[in-house]
Design a binder for this molecule. Structure first.
Ligand code: IMP
Length: 420
C-alpha cells in the first residue's frame, strides 16, 4: 500500500504533522522533491522540530527514510538535522539518498544572492533555483559524485571556473577552491556516504515486497514549477504528476493520494494571492495561527480559503482524500468567507488561472458561511464538533468533490481526528 502526501496550497499546509503521523505506520518514507527550502514542523515526543530535509520517517526506528532523485540536498543542512534528530532519538535514522539527487553547494546560495532573486521572487534563499538550474544545464554534481572524489573534484573545478568567469567581481566566488570545497562537502556527508545509492531500486523492492511506502511532498501545488503561479513558484514539481519522475518509476500503485490543506490560506514570499485578507482578519489569522515561516521566520500573508484554487489542486493531484489542518484557528470569527469563483474584466473566469499575470487580475467572489465561537483545540472526536464546523467541512467537500478524512486542530499528534 502506497500513500502520497501532497500540499494543495502555497506550502505550509501542515504536511509535516500529517506525514509524521502516517509515518508511524510506514516501512519507508520517501521525500521526493525540493530541498531545504521546505520547513516541516514535527512534534516528536513533546519536542518540536523544524525539519528541512530529513523525511518524517526518520523519527521511527524501523522506518527507512529516503531522499529521492527529485530532491536537492544541502549536506550542511542535512548533517545539522541528522545530528539534532539522532541526539533526540538516541539512535541514528535509517537513511537512503538517491545517487542521482543533486547537491546544493554554498555557491548556489551565493549566486542566488548575487542575482537578487531572493528579494525579487521572495525565495527562501537556500540556493534552490541555482541548484535545479545546474541540474537542467548538466552542470550539477550529484550525491553519487561524493563516492568518486577524483572525478568529482575535476567536475567541481570546471563548474567553479565557469562561475569565476561569470562573476569576475564577486570576491566570494573568486575565492572558491574546488578541492577544499569538495573535501568539506564529503566531510559533512561522512555519516551518510554509505546511504548513497540506487534509491529507485530500494523503493521498487519495498513496493514489490508489499511494504507500506509513504511519499512525502514538499511545498505545495500552487508553487509547482509548471502548474503553479509561475514565476512565483519553487523550482521542482510539487504535485503527484511530478512524483513518478522524481522517484523514477510509475506511480500506478500509489492508491492513496492525500491532499493536505489549511482551513484558510497563507502565502510567504512574492506572488499573487487573490483571497488575501487585510486588517484585523489577517492579523487574527497570523497571530492565532502562528503564521511565520519555519525556514525563514518571515510573516506569512493570510486570507480566506480559496475553493477555486483548492479544486484545481485536488484535480491536478487526483486526490483520493483530504487532510484539513489548523481548523482551530478559525474559532471566533462571526462569519467565514470562502472563494467560489473569480471574475476578471467583468466576466467570469473559467477554472483556476495559475499563471501569475492572469491570477493578479482576478477578483475573488465569496460565499459567506457562519463562524463558530467554540475553541476546537481540545476536541478529539468529530461528533463533538459544532454544527457550523461540520457545515464548513461539508461545503468544502461538496465543492471539491473529495472527502475530508483527517481534521487537525492543533500541532500535537493527539490533536487529530479521523472523519470517516
Ligand atoms: P525557493 O523554493 O526558495 O526558490 O522559493 C520560491 C518560492 O517558493 C518563494 O515564494 C518561497 O517563499 C516559496 N517556498 C519555497 N518553499 C516553501 C515552503 O516550504 N513553504 C512555503 N513557501 C515555500
Amino acid at each position: 500500500m502506497a500513500t502520497a502526501v501532497l500540499g494543495l496550497q502555497w506550502g505550509d499546509e501542515g504536511k509535516g504533522k500529517i506525514t509524521h503521523l502516517l509515518a508511524n505506520e510506514a516501512d519507508m518514507v520517501v521525500r521526493f522533491n525540493g530541498g531545504p527550502n521546505a520547513g516541516h514542523t514535527v512534534i516528536d515526543r513533546g519536542v518540536k522540530f523544524g525539519t528541512h530535509l530529513i523525511p518524517a520517517g526518520a523519527f521511527y526506528p524501523d522506518t527507512v527514510s529516503v531522499l529521492a532523485a527529485g530532491t536537492v540536498v544541502d549536506m550542511a543542512v542535512l548533517r545539522e538535522e541528522w545530528d539534532a534528530v539522532s541526539n533526540h532519538l538516541g539512535w541514528e535514522p535509517r537513511l537512503r539518498i538517491a545517487e542521482n539527487a543533486h547537491l546544493i553547494f554554498p555557491y548556489h546560495r551565493l549566486v542566488e544572492e548575487l542575482e537578487g532573486s531572493g528579494s525579487h521572487f521572495g525565495t527562501t534563499r537556500r540556493g534552490i533555483a541555482p541548484a535545479y538550474r545546474d541540474k537542467a544545464s548538466k552542470l550539477g554534481l550529484r550525491a553519487g559524485d561524493l563516492l568518486r572524489p577524483e572525478a568529482a573534484r575535476d567536475k567541481l573545478a570546471r563548474r567553479i571556473e565557469l562561475l569565476k568567469h561569470a562573476w569576475p567581481k564577486a570576491t566570494e566566488i573568486q575565492a572558491l577552491d574546488a578541492r577544499a570545497l569538495f573535501d568539506e562537502q564529503r566531510e559533512l556527508a561522512a555519516p551518510f556516504l554509505e546511504a548513497i545509492g540506487n534509491a529507485t531500486q530500494d523503493i521498487r523492492e519495498a513496493l514489490d515486497a508489499g511494504r507500506r511506502v509513504l511519499f512525502e511532498g514538499a511545498q505545495g501545488t500552487l508553487l509547482d514549477v509548471d502548474h503553479g503561479s509561475y514565476p512565483y513558484v519553487t523550482s521542482s514539481s510539487t504535485t503527484f504528476a511530478g512524483l513518478a519522475n522524481a522517484i523514477g518509476m510509475s506511480t500506478a500503485h500509489v492508491e492513496r493520494r492525500l491532499g493536505v490543506f489549511k482551513a484558510y490560506m497563507t502565502r510567504v514570499g512574492a506572488g499573487p494571492f487573490p483571497t488575501r485578507a487585510t486588517g484585523p482578519v489577517e492579523d487574527q489569522l497570523r497571530r492565532v495561527g502562528g503564521e511565520f515561516g519555519v525556514t525563514t521566520g518571515r510573516p506569512r500573508d493570510c486570507g480566506w480559503l480559496d475553493l477555486v484554487a483548492l479544486r484545481y489542486a485536488v484535480e491536478l493531484n487526483g486526490c483520493t482524500g483530504l487532510a484539513m489542518t489548523k481548523l482551530d484557528v478559525l474559532s471566533g470569527f462571526d462569519e467565514l468567507r470562502v472563494c467560489t469563483s473569480y471574475r476578471s474584466d467583468g466576466t467570469a473566469v473559467r477554472g483556476f488561472p495559475a499563471a501569475a499575470e492572469v491570477l493578479e487580475q482576478c477578483t475573488p467572489q465569496y460565499e459567506t458561511l457562519p463562524g463558530w465561537p467554540e475553541p476546537l483545540s481540545e476536541t478529539r472526536d468529530v461528533a463533538e464538533l459544532p454544527r457550523a464546523v461540520l457545515d464548513y467541512i461539508e461545503r468544502i467537500e461538496a465543492f471539491v468533490g473529495v472527502r475530508v478524512e483527517i481534521v487537525s486542530v492543533g500541532p500535537e499528534p493527539e490533536a487529530t481526528m479521523n472523519v470517516h
